[in-house]
Design a protein around this ligand. Structure first.
Ligand SMILES: NC(=O)c1ccc[n+]([C@@H]2O[C@H](COP(=O)([O-])OP(=O)(O)OC[C@H]3O[C@@H](n4cnc5c(N)ncnc54)[C@H](O)[C@@H]3O)[C@@H](O)[C@H]2O)c1
Length: 259
């Protein structure tokens, strides 16, 4: 198997896209550090991943508390010895129209999606450099980071920030053989989309499901993405096949945006 003997840290892997990524990497033989604030779902994920006959441990923390990230990576090294792949998938959205965004709305989203992801990358890189084996960092951005989103502008800004910091990190870390890329999913039905749909109902008085239908109609392939389709690109970027790819932000979106 392609990732036999490797260790992957996957944030936000208790559920949704992060969990699908953790599963795909475990199927390919990687040991997995599950990092998430949802302790109950994380415990289920850890148990499920153990079925793939790899080493799995769970780390439960709110990644917005950035001062805890250094200790998180030290604990992972204590448990696994080192790690080769880091996937930063933890993320949140807040639906707030542009004219109504408050400073608190800005902080909640940016603190996780932009700030904590940046310091997770930095700490991952410090440890990969110490270990001297290179590595792969893959950040889950979004096509919203390349587009206009007037109903969730802070989320879009946070995802644009991920694309920018991915490029800076790719340049800074290339000499250490650490490749850094971003994956930009389009619409994939997870609990995040249930949350978005609920907000359109309660805040904008729109019928349930309308925002999702509109989204689907705007996608050339006329369907939502599947979790495994996002995870497949991440597994490819983590593999030796992708050794010459760094600093990219690759869409997996059924053609929703083409740049
Ligand atoms: N679902 C989509 O259509 C879509 C599209 C583009 C990008 N994304 C991105 O993919 C990633 C995963 O999204 P998803 O749809 O699977 O969402 P999700 O809500 O199903 O999963 C997010 C995971 O992150 C964890 N998390 C949230 N806040 C955290 C915190 N402060 N500390 C630690 N863990 C935290 C949650 O517990 C959860 O397990 C996110 O970064 C999201 O922005 C999703």
């Amino acid at each position: 198997m392609e990732l036999n003997g490797k260790t992957a840290v996957v944030t936000g892997s208790a559920k949704g896209i992060g969990k699908a990524i953790a599963e795909k990497l475990a199927i390919q033989g990687a040991n997995i550090a599950v990092v998430d604030m949802d302790e109950e779902s994380s415990r289920d994920t850890v148990l499920q991943l153990k079925n793939f006959d790899v080493k799995v441990s769970g780390y439960f923390l709110d990644l917005k508390e950035v001062e805890r990230i250094k200790k998180l990576y030290l604990s992972i090294i204590d448990d696994f010895g080192s790690f080769d792949i880091v996937v930063n998938a933890a993320g949140i959205i807040k639906v707030n129209k542009f004219l109504e965004v408050t400073p608190d709305d800005w902080d909640v989203v940016m603190d996780l999606n932009a700030k904590s992801l940046f310091f997770s990358m930095q700490e991952a890189a410090i440890n990969m450099i110490k270990h001297g084996k290179g590595g792969r960092i893959i950040n889950i951005s979004s096509i919203t980071g390349k587009a206009s989103r007037p109903d969730y502008p802070v989320y879009a800004a946070s995802k644009a920030s991920i694309i920018s910091t991915t490029r800076s990190a790719a340049t800074a870390l290339a000499k250490y053989k650490i490749n850094v890329n971003a994956v930009c999913p389009g619409y994939v039905h997870t609990s995040m989309w249930d949350h978005i749909d609920d907000h359109y109902v309660s805040k904008f008085n729109r019928p349930k499901g309308e925002v999702i239908e509109k989204m689907l109609n705007s996608i050339p392939l006329q369907r939502s993405g599947e979790l495994h389709e996002i995870a497949s690109l991440v597994a490819y970027l983590a593999s030796s096949e992708a050794s010459y790819i760094t600093g990219q932000a690759i869409n997996v979106d059924g053609g929703a945006i083409m740049y």
